[in-house]
Design a protein around this ligand. Sequence first.
Ligand SMILES: C[S@@+](CC[C@H](N)C(=O)[O-])C[C@H]1O[C@@H](n2cnc3c(N)ncnc32)[C@H](O)[C@@H]1O
Length: 299
Amino acid sequence: MSDEKVYVPPIKIQGIKTKIVPIIKQNIIIDEDTTWVEPFMGSGVVGFNIKPNKAIFSDTNPHIINFYNQIKSGEITSYKVREFLEKEGKKLEELDEVYYYEVRNRFNENHNPLDFLFLNRSCFNGMIRFNKDYKFNVPYGHKPKRFSKAYITKIVNQVAHVEDLIKNNNWEFKCQSFEKAISEAPEKSFVYCDPPYIGRHVDYYDSWDEKSEKNLKESLQESNKKFMISTWDYNEYRKNEYIDKIWNFCNKINKEHFYFVGAKETNRMPMMEALLINYIPNENGYNLNNYNQQIKYIL
Ligand SMILES: C[S@@+](CC[C@H](N)C(=O)[O-])C[C@H]1O[C@@H](n2cnc3c(N)ncnc32)[C@H](O)[C@@H]1O
C-alpha cells in the first residue's frame, strides 16, 4: 500500500472515485479469469486502476463510451490529442470564452469526442452535465491559458496510459443501461457499481431516484454475481437512509472521503463514503487506517 499509485484518466466527472480506488482494490475479489463489469464507468478511474484482463465498461453517456471506443479503434491516439489541443488551445487563448462556446455549440451538433475532451478540460470545475435535450451545458472555466504546454502533456500522458491498457487487455466499452450490463454479465464476473447518488444534487446524463436504486438491487440480486456498490453513508446533516432500506443485506465498508468537484458549496462537505458488498470482505481489506495519506496521485 505504501507506494500505491492511482492513475487519473483523461475525462473527469463529478463524483470521480480517485480517492477511494485503493480501498476498492483491497476489497474486491477477482482473479485473472474474472470479467470486471462496471455499468456506471464515468471517468473509468476505478477499473482503469484495477487493470483486469477482461472488462466490460459501460455507461448511458454515449460521449464517454465513444471517446474510449475511438481510443480502442485507434481513431484517437495520444499523438492526435496533442495536435488537437495545441491547435484548439491557441484559439482559446486568442478568443477566450467566445471560442469555448463555439466549441460547445460545435460539439452539441457533431459530437466529436476530441471536442468533448477539450470541453471537459476547460469547462467550469471539470464537470459533465447535459440538459434535458442532451446538450452539454457546463459554462466556461474562464482560463484562456488553460491548455499550456505542461497541461497538454499531462492530458496526453493520461490518454497514452489508457491507450496502453486498452491495447493490452480485453476491454469492451458499451453505451447501455445498468440493467442490460448486469443481466448480460458473463458467468464469472465481478460487478462494481457507482450509480449517481440519490438525494445529492448532482446532474448526470441520466437521472436517479428511489425506483432506480430498487431496480439496481433487483438486477444485482437476479444476476447472482459478487458485487460492490459505492455510495455515501452520511455527512454532517444527513444519513443515507437507503443503506438500511434497500441494501440491508450487504456488508458495509466506510472511510471519510472529501468531494472536491461540485458546483455547490453545500456539496463540498466532508462526507463518509461507503462500499457495500454481498460477500465476506478480504481479511486484510478491513484495515482502513490512513489509507488516504499513503497514496500518490498521478494527475
Ligand atoms: C457517479 S458517476 C460514476 C463515477 C465513476 N465511478 C468515476 O469514478 O469516475 C455515475 C455514472 O453513471 C452514469 N449513469 C447514470 N444513470 C445510468 C444508468 N441508468 N445506467 C448506466 N449508467 C448510468 C452516468 O452517466 C455517470 O457517468
